[in-house]
Design a protein around this ligand. Structure first.
Ligand SMILES: Cc1cc2nc3c(=O)[nH]c(=O)nc-3n(C[C@H](O)[C@H](O)[C@H](O)COP(=O)(O)OP(=O)(O)OC[C@H]3O[C@@H](n4cnc5c(N)ncnc54)[C@H](O)[C@@H]3O)c2cc1C
Length: 396
């Protein structure tokens, strides 16, 4: 197809992956990020084989793997006694053809950002908070709160869970509070109790709560995440400062060495937020605009797949542009190839909350081998692109 001008709203993991995938196929992109600089929060993210296939193909997998260190086996433990309930071997590369890593988000984001800027040093525009768009049969015009506008042939919304692009396409939708509150922190390994260092990747499962820790950057930092039920919650955003005392009080019956890990969190480095969710969308594209990542299918963190699925989306979108004759065909191929998988994982992640937190019977042993195979054996670099009908891509 004639090379369209492509704008991307949002410079997170999804937006950067989309930029890189499109650049790989020869497209020029302009990316708009609301923050004053491209950056990520200090936290961990699991990058599973399904996403590593794409990162390897796009040339950043090696750097990400090297900075993260080797995959660790996941040990499921009893919430109160710490008894080992299950061990999941870390032989992902052998089973799925790509590796699995516990990654510092800053490292993944930096690897993607430097690859994108290396391809085109002038393609990132920070300090651009997307506000609204208009589109017709010729173009789409994005407007930003700094008063600037940008005109392109197509626009890709990668602006996360509270996507403004999505609101422009489909109007205001309900964002549901899931009744669950998460805590997160990073703890330098020197402060982690010895009895928690081995095994370093463990998930403590209990009724209505779970507590997870895994190491980052070659076991130099411990990432801590916990999620528990809390029917009453008012807060917005996911950087709400929390105190070690409130965290420890809510998890006071946790296996004592794990509770010690909570107490080792440095004041000012603990954050909490209420998990929010939306209903799956039946279409990701409207006219000259599409979305990917959390903007298209925000998901709870119980399968550790939100970022992986955003990377999968990006890889498939880039391939669809390369394979199609028109942008409308590309959008259609992208949506048809991705919707069932991404929406399915969005819903599976909801169900997984009940399993991990002992609300449904497999609580002590969450996750089946079949589910893991379904998630990790998908390869976005080779998955067939399906259907090129242009049904959803007519401009209103
Ligand atoms: C506790 C927790 C643990 C998780 N663990 C994992 C895991 O282990 N593995 C995994 O795969 N996933 C995990 N996830 C999910 C993952 O973090 C998200 O799915 C992923 O970050 C989505 O990427 P994104 O680029 O779509 O959105 P985001 O990361 O939200 O990025 C959106 C970007 O758009 C920008 N933006 C927003 N609005 C505007 C605007 N109006 N104008 C311009 N820019 C804008 C933002 O500043 C940001 O840079 C976890 C999530 C949570 C909450």
């Amino acid at each position: 197809m004639n090379l369209p001008r492509i704008s991307i709203v949002g410079g997170g993991i999804g937006g950067l992956s989309a930029a890189l995938a499109l650049q790989h196929h020869g497209y020029r992109v302009a990316m708009f990020e609301q923050a004053r600089e491209l950056r990520e929060i200090g936290a961990g993210v699991i990058i599973a084989p399904n996403a590593m296939h794409a990162l390897n193909f796009l040339g950043v997998g090696e750097r990400v793997a090297k900075e993260a260190g080797p995959a660790e086996a996941l040990v499921t433990r009893h919430f109160q006694t710490g008894a080992v309930l299950k061990i999941r071997a870390a032989d992902y590369a052998e089973r799925f053809g790509a590796s699995y890593h516990q990654v510092h988000r800053v490292d993944l984001h930096a690897a993607l950002a430097s690859a994108v800027r290396c391809n085109d040093p002038d393609c990132v525009f920070v300090g651009h908070c997307f506000e609204a768009l208009t589109q017709d049969s010729e173009q789409v015009v994005a407007r930003f709160t700094n008063g600037k506008t940008f005109t392109s042939d197509v626009l890709i919304g990668c602006d996360g869970n509270a996507s403004n692009v999505r609101a422009c396409l489909f109007g205001d939708e309900a964002v549901n509070y899931t009744g669950q509150v998460a805590f997160r922190a990073l703890v330098p390994m020197a402060n982690v109790p010895d009895s928690i260092k081995d095994p370093p990747f463990a998930m403590f499962v209990g009724t209505n709560r779970y507590f997870l820790h895994y190491p980052l950057r070659h076991r130099t930092i411990m990432n801590v995440i916990a999620v528990g039920r809390e029917p009453r919650w008012q807060g917005e955003g996911w950087r709400i400062p929390a105190t070690v005392e409130e965290f420890a009080n809510l998890y006071s019956d946790l296996y004592p060495p794990a509770l010690q890990l909570i107490r080792a969190i440095f004041p000012g480095t603990l954050f909490k937020w209420g998990l929010r969710d939306r209903e799956p969308l039946q279409q990701y594209c409207k006219g000259r605009v599409t979305m990917l990542g959390d903007a298209a299918h925000p998901m709870t963190p119980f399968l550790g797949q939100g970022a992986c699925i955003a990377i999968e989306d990006a890889m498939v979108l880039g391939r669809a542009f390369a394979a199609a004759r028109t942008f409308a065909q590309a959008f259609s191929m992208y949506e048809n190839t991705r919707k069932e998988r991404a929406n399915g994982i969005q819903l599976a992640s909801r169900r997984q909350a009940d399993e991990i937190q002992g609300v449904t019977p497999r609580g002590a042993n969450p996750g089946t081998d079949a589910m893991e195979r379904g998630l990790y054996s998908y390869n976005p670099v080779t998955v067939p692109l399906t259907g090129a009908a242009e049904a959803n891509s007519t401009v209103d």
